[in-house]
Design a protein around this ligand. Structure first.
Ligand code: CA
Length: 267
């Protein structure tokens, strides 16, 4: 048995005219998409992406191949819409996600990424970035031509190398791992990480037991730090999880009181 709780928050920020990010936070599927393109394009692309992922809701068995097919379908839906509507002809979106699935009686996380939205994991006070940005500056960092701090301020830092809505079918990165009690995940658009260093994110992420309160805190902090872009976060907590690979009988356990705006789920 696994029990997860989650919270989410999004804000336009102080600079952009509209919020082009979209999110899906409905156990067992958590997705953040950061849209781009003129007029309503960005918001349309990111919404198509998360709406396509809604098709996975209700399924317990999800493979990396299934997710790749969803990404391919979202990519095609964005292309079809762009072809039929000149107002959104140049739109695209990132997508980072975390999906809970069951295989052979055990629960697993399936994480995926296309673009530069991010997935972090906080456990025992240590923050790790799980996803790797598909961006021009990340490629320079990997090649040893740029240090990570310089990448944060590089003029081309928002140029991404994989996108949903491009001519090529995007190839996602995947990670599969068992859930652990006490771990907390953060999915976010670059409006958060562009304003807050990882140290600040780690500190804020650990300040409150309630994932909804933390989600709102993170968005407010990025907005206060400048709010130069749309800010979207989803925070997911593993409250309880059976040890990986072991069959454990299900016991009804008391769960914390639902806080305002906090969503909770269990399987
Ligand atoms: Ca953005």
């Amino acid at each position: 048995m696994i029990v997860v709780t989650w919270g989410s928050a999004t804000d336009t920020g102080k600079v952009r005219a509209r919020n082009e990010d979209s999110l899906l936070a409905e156990s067992p599927v958590f997705v953040v998409a950061d849209g781009m393109g003129g007029h309503q394009g960005g918001a349309t692309a990111s919404r198509i992406a998360v709406d396509t992922f809604r098709g996975i809701l209700g399924r317990t068995e999800v493979s990396a191949n299934d997710v790749a097919l969803v990404i391919e379908a979202a990519n095609q839906a964005i292309l079809d819409r762009a072809r039929s509507d000149p107002a959104v002809c140049d739109m695209g979106t990132t997508a980072v996600g975390l999906i809970l699935f069951t295989e052979a009686g055990s629960d697993f996380w399936l994480a995926f990424n296309v673009g530069d939205s991010r997935l972090y994991r906080l456990c025992n006070g240590v923050l790790d970035q799980i996803s790797v940005d598909h961006s021009y500056v990340q490629e320079l960092v990997v090649a040893g031509h740029l240090d990570p701090e310089a990448a944060r301020h590089h003029p081309d830092r928002s140029v991404i190398t994989r996108v949903l809505g491009g001519r090529n079918i995007p190839v996602p990165d995947f990670w599969i791992f068992p859930p652990e009690p006490g771990e907390r995940f953060l999915l976010c658009s670059d409006g958060l990480t562009g304003e807050l260093e990882d140290d600040a994110v780690a500190e804020l992420l650990g300040t409150d037991a309630d994932p909804q309160a933390v989600a709102e805190l993170l968005v407010r902090a990025a907005d206060d730090a400048g709010g130069g872009d749309n800010i979207t976060v989803v925070v997911v907590d593993v409250v309880d999880a059976a040890p990986s690979g072991l069959e454990v009988s299900t016991v009804d356990r008391p769960r914390p009181d639902d806080g305002a705006g906090t969503s909770r789920g269990h399987r």
